[in-house]
Design a protein around this ligand. Structure first.
Ligand code: CP
Length: 320
């Protein structure tokens, strides 16, 4: 169980235990229903202000947080790093303290350096949500992945999950390992040695370098993006050879068992870690992951700002 001071923030899946995760997922179900209404809006966060502080590019995370805040009737402030005083050398600390001085309730932070959202949480009183910090964590991605998988599989106890590809550069992998194992799933990492962390001590996973050996056993095949901007391409002989060994192409996808899910956090490199025709199959739930991102982020914002209560409280009724 996380320390009480961490309850104001969502920084890491490591701060959440299974009951916390289940409460967030249950609340997400209530907000998914709100999202499907003709007018998807509830007054839950009227008067609250949320700011986006993205030092790295984003499509899914940023837009879904924005949609989530709007559906909860929160005010939002768009902070564009590229046209801000950051370009004049203003530090992260001065930037967030300046933003807070204008009166905000939560800040959603993405940064290329691991640990920046944690530092921000030390510097300001507003709630901080980690929208991805370097190679460290992406907790709300893991929450939407859990929600999507649970919706299809019914439960995650004993579910077999293969996380495949560029593990070493992936904050999604780290958060998903923590989240899926906390929910009772068994996780296997599938990657060549150069794409694995140098030490996996403490990771509750098994590891294989042979993708074909797990295909018939898994319930979830989770492909990771090859992070070419983080030089992942230099860790493999060529992207063509990586695809041959670790890409989910049609012949491999045909060997997945009935009902097995194909997942990917996006954005995809079609033809590298996943072939285009495989990404468009009915058991590929990639677009559903994106859609569920809105409801998950509504649940997170509501839990942090909506009641002043911590995650241990049951908010299911309040969202209905
Ligand atoms: N999955 C994910 O974080 O996507 P974005 O980089 O588009 O936010």
């Amino acid at each position: 169980m996380a320390a009480t001071s961490q309850r104001r923030h969502v920084l890491s899946i490591a701060d959440l235990d299974r009951p916390d995760l289940e409460r967030i997922l249950d609340l997400t179900g209530s907000f998914a229903e709100v999202s499907q209404r003709r007018i998807p809006r509830v007054p839950a966060l009227r008067g609250k202000t949320v700011v986006w502080l993205f030092y790295e590019d984003s499509t899914r995370t940023r837009l879904s947080f924005e949609a989530a805040a709007k559906q909860l009737s929160a005010d939002t402030v768009n902070f564009s790093v590229g046209s801000s005083a950051v370009n004049k050398g203003e530090s992260v600390r001065d930037t967030v303290q300046t933003i807070e001085a204008m009166g905000i309730d939560a800040i959603v932070v993405r940064h290329s350096c691991a640990g920046v959202p944690h530092r921000v949480a030390d510097w300001i009183d507003a709630s901080v949500i980690n929208a991805g910090d370097g190679r460290h964590e992406h907790p709300t991605q893991a929450l939407l992945d859990l929600y999507t998988a649970r919706t299809h599989l019914g439960g995650l106890d004993g579910a077999r999950v293969a996380i495949v590809g560029d593990i070493v550069n992936s904050r999604v992998a780290r958060s998903d390992v923590l989240a899926f194992t906390a929910m009772g799933a068994e996780v296997t990492l599938v990657a060549p040695r150069p794409l694995l962390p140098s030490s996996l001590e403490g990771w509750p996973v098994t590891v294989t370098h042979d993708f074909d050996s797990v295909l018939g056993d898994i319930d979830i095949c989770y492909l990771l993006r090859m992070q070419l901007e983080r030089e992942a391409g230099a860790s493999v002989p060529s992207l063509r050879e990586f695809r041959a060994e670790y890409g989910l192409h049609a012949a491999r996808a045909d060997r997945l068992k009935d009902g097995a899910l194909i997942m990917h956090p996006g954005p995809m490199n079609r033809g590298v870690e996943i072939d285009g025709d495989v990404a468009d199959r009915p058991n590929a739930v990639i677009a559903e992951q994106v859609a569920n991102g809105v409801a998950v982020r509504m649940a997170v914002l509501f839990l942090l700002l909506g009641s002043g209560l911590d995650l241990a409280e049951d908010h299911t009724v309040a969202a209905a």
